[in-house]
Design a protein around this ligand. Structure first.
Ligand SMILES: Nc1ncnc2c1ncn2[C@@H]1O[C@H](COP(=O)(O)OP(=O)(O)OP(=O)(O)O)[C@@H](O)[C@H]1O
Ligand SMILES: O=c1ccn([C@@H]2O[C@H](COP(=O)(O)O)[C@@H](O)[C@H]2O)c(=O)[nH]1
Length: 238
């Protein structure tokens, strides 16, 4: 029986992926499928830390945020990720997966604060740690939070589970001729401005030699295939 390629991963889950076919919010069947896939890799002995995005909730209120002070809108976005983190934890509990939510914003009646040592301890105990509220700072994204927490957790790789099945030469949603990379370097992704992940996140990962794997969360079994080191999605490498 082949063993997983990684002992500890940082999984960045797209907030929008939780919508399933709905136009906003959290789709129950979709979140259940996603946590079931996470459980499969936890059952292989892989330590899993999760950073969750907020696009499914935040983009729904985006029209109201128009013209709003940027930092205020960003705090709203971070709170949206806390809601997703709680929903994810609840869905995990339903399938018998034990997790802990840590928030980068102090909201202690709702979630424990982010404490690096405690998070690492949870991972060593086989618990999934879900990081909410991104980095806790406006003007950043949850991709950057994934890079940051990935480094802090000493994860071997950041897995970006998103709506597309890899990094393309151009945005595949707007350019049907875009071609998918099997792998590419951080420098290439940054220089060509391939917007699948923001430049701050890419630069952080490059500087710390933390590889990234981009794959589709809609593709059944893709997470497990990436964890097993199989050919799936795109790898961004130092
Ligand atoms: N060169 C590219 N290759 C692949 N995807 C690209 C590229 N350029 C732009 N994209 C777009 O980037 C999107 C993924 O990044 P995005 O930040 O929007 O999502 P996310 O971080 O997964 O979600 P969320 O913000 O909801 O958490 C894809 O849906 C795709 O349309
Ligand atoms: O560190 C962070 C992370 C997020 N935000 C805000 O939240 C939303 C939702 O995050 P996504 O990465 O787009 O899923 C984001 O648009 C920011 O407004 C933040 O300010 N700081």
């Amino acid at each position: 029986m082949p063993s997983p390629a990684y002992k500890r991963i940082l999984l960045k889950l797209s907030g929008e992926a939780l919508m399933g076919d709905d136009s906003y919010g959290i789709n129950r069947a979709t979140i259940t499928r996603i946590v079931t896939e996470i459980k499969e890799v936890v059952d292989l002995g892989v330590q899993v830390a999760v950073v969750i995005g907020g696009g499914n909730i935040f983009r729904g209120v985006a029209p109201a945020a128009e013209g709003m002070d940027r930092a205020t809108a960003d705090y709203m976005g971070m709170l949206a990720t806390v809601m997703n983190a709680l929903a994810l934890q609840d869905a995990m509990r339903h399938i018998g997966l034990v997790s802990r939510v840590q928030s980068a914003l102090n909201i202690e009646q709702v979630a424990e604060p982010y404490i690096r040592g405690k998070a690492i301890r949870y991972l060593e105990e086989g618990r999934v740690v879900i990081f909410g509220a991104g980095t806790g700072n406006p003007f950043f994204t949850t991709d950057t939070a994934a890079a940051l927490r990935g480094m802090e957790m000493n994860a071997e790789i950041v897995l970006k589970a998103t709506k597309v099945d890899g990094v393309y030469t151009d945005d595949p949603k707007t350019n049907p001729d875009a071609m998918r990379y099997k792998s590419l370097s951080f420098d290439e992704a940054i220089i060509k401005n391939l917007k699948v992940m923001d430049a701050t996140a890419l630069t952080l990962c490059r500087d710390q030699s933390l590889p990234i794997s981009v794959f589709s969360i809609f593709k059944q079994g893709a997470l497990k295939r990436v964890v097993m080191g199989e050919d799936e999605g795109t790898k961004v490498l130092p």
